[in-house]
Design a protein around this ligand. Structure first.
Ligand code: GDP
Length: 427
């Protein structure tokens, strides 16, 4: 049995979707354990190019069971849309299960996300406005709704009555926007619930059995370590834990079950939204890296917003791998750096005249300047290469640099966005 967790070591967009799609071939179950439809995992395979926001990246294998665990923010409309899109594009119907304990996005979550960013104006967080922060606030304030609760309309109305009343006060008096009607809210949730009723199940019993039978299970994280609410760049973080340590909670597995934590590390840096970003590039250098990055430039899979880009940050990545408890690294987007004569990398921060290799608190990060070194570039395309030995020496040295800086072995190297553009290193 293997229970493998695939998580981001950076700010997200490290190519986790590609790695999960690649690893899912040998898996029985793929589980999303946190986050919602606020980010996108790009997967490119024989069916085309997909930006999955909510569905686990195992949906392209008809035998894999794909689970949305209780830790996920379930946008029912988005789930229905993504399933329809797969069908329209010729993907065989995937096996999907939604935990009866997964909470659903309520109609005001997206509204509040948008209105709050509007209210904050210049001080906004750069939210994708998918309702994630209001969703998790409500969940932990115990005014959320679990998927399994959607089918008793009377009980739903009883529960939602005082909640809608309180939300309407905010809509009217804080945001000066139209209020909601309780009956309409209940009808809409019930109708959406009925559309996905066949997917809702007791997934923790299913997983308990899967572990007992020694099945191969993949846990798919969203965003990255530096967006974790406790250990990331708070408050420019997301609202659910992005760490492997949370994966068993958000999925419903025992904590001892995880056998491998693969931290996906990007060969350079990128980030979406606001917040400190020490190695960020500006001007022409940023433009060039952004246009050459990803599979068609570094633009958000969810929003299409240009991503902020910068050089590899060993301070942030070492910290990210440590907080993830990484046992192996999958180093992605290495091919992108093939245009550079010399590749700048950040090995320390200078803060108030002193150098440090420890990742500090958000407020201090604002004052950090990157200490850069240069590694020799390989100046050639490597996307066709399938074995480590065939990589140019400078690319192998770059891999060795990442290992030395993080103290974690690089087990996979991704040299292109497609499933097959992956090098697995022998142990
Ligand atoms: P995720 O959220 O971590 O799954 O990452 P995204 O899908 O948001 O962003 C990663 C981007 O890089 C996508 O456009 C992928 O298609 C692309 N990608 C993934 N791995 C590689 C790689 O090794 N090389 C190149 N050139 N692109 C890659």
């Amino acid at each position: 049995m293997a229970v493998t967790c695939v998580v981001g070591a950076n700010w997200g967009d490290e190519g986790k979707g590609k790695m999960v799609d690649y690893l899912a071939e040998k898996s029985d179950v793929v589980i999303r354990f946190q986050g919602g439809s606020n980010a996108g995992h790009t997967v490119i395979n024989q069916y085309g190019k997909f930006a999955l926001h909510l569905l686990p990246s195992g949906v392209f294998y008809p035998d894999v069971v794909n689970i949305l665990g209780p830790g996920v923010a379930l946008d029912m409309g988005e789930l229905i849309r993504e399933l329809d899109d797969l069908k329209k594009r010729g993907v065989p119907e995937p096996k999907v299960m939604v935990s009866e304990r997964t909470q659903v996005m309520l109609p005001w979550h997206k509204l509040f996300d948008t209105y709050e960013e509007e209210r904050l104006g210049a001080r906004q967080f750069g939210s994708t406005r998918s309702g994630i922060a209001p969703f998790y606030s409500d969940k932990y304030a115990k005014v959320g709704v679990q998927a399994g609760e959607l089918f008793d309309k009377e009980a739903l109305r009883d529960r939602l009555g005082p909640i809608v009343e309180a939300k309407n006060v905010l809509l009217e008096h804080l945001y000066h926007k139209p209020t909601m009607n309780l009956d309409e809210v209940v009808d809409r949730l019930y109708e959406d619930g009925m559309k996905i009723r066949h997917l809702i199940a007791d997934t923790s019993s299913f997983l308990h059995d899967a572990v007992k039978k020694g099945k191969n299970i993949l846990l798919e994280g969203q965003l990255g370590a530096l967006r974790d609410p406790d250990h990331g760049i708070y408050p420019f973080s997301t609202s659910s834990s992005t760490l492997a340590g949370f994966a068993t909670v958000g999925a419903g597995l025992p904590p001892w079950a995880i056998t491998e934590v693969i931290a996906v590390v990007k060969a350079y840096s990128s980030a979406v939204g606001a917040g400190p970003f020490v190695t960020e590039l500006q001007g022409e250098a940023a433009h060039e890296l952004r246009e050459r990055g990803g599979d068609a430039g570094e633009y958000g899979a969810k929003t299409g917003r240009p991503r902020r880009v910068g050089w590899f940050d060993a301070v942030a990545t070492r910290y990210g791998c440590r907080m993830q408890g990484a046992t192996t690294i999958a180093l992605t987007l290495l091919d992108v750096l093939g245009y550079l004569d010399k590749i700048p990398v950040c090995t320390a921060y200078e803060i108030d005249g002193k150098q440090t290799t420890e990742f500090p608190l958000t407020g201090t990060l604002d004052r950090a300047k990157p200490v850069l070194e240069e590694l020799p570039g390989w100046k050639q395309a490597i996307s066709h290469i399938r074995t480590f030995d065939q990589l140019p020496k400078q690319a192998k040295d770059y891999v060795a640099f990442v290992e030395e800086q993080t103290g974690v072995r690089v087990g996979w190297i991704s040299v292109g966005p497609r499933r097959e553009q992956t090098i697995m290193r022998n142990r």
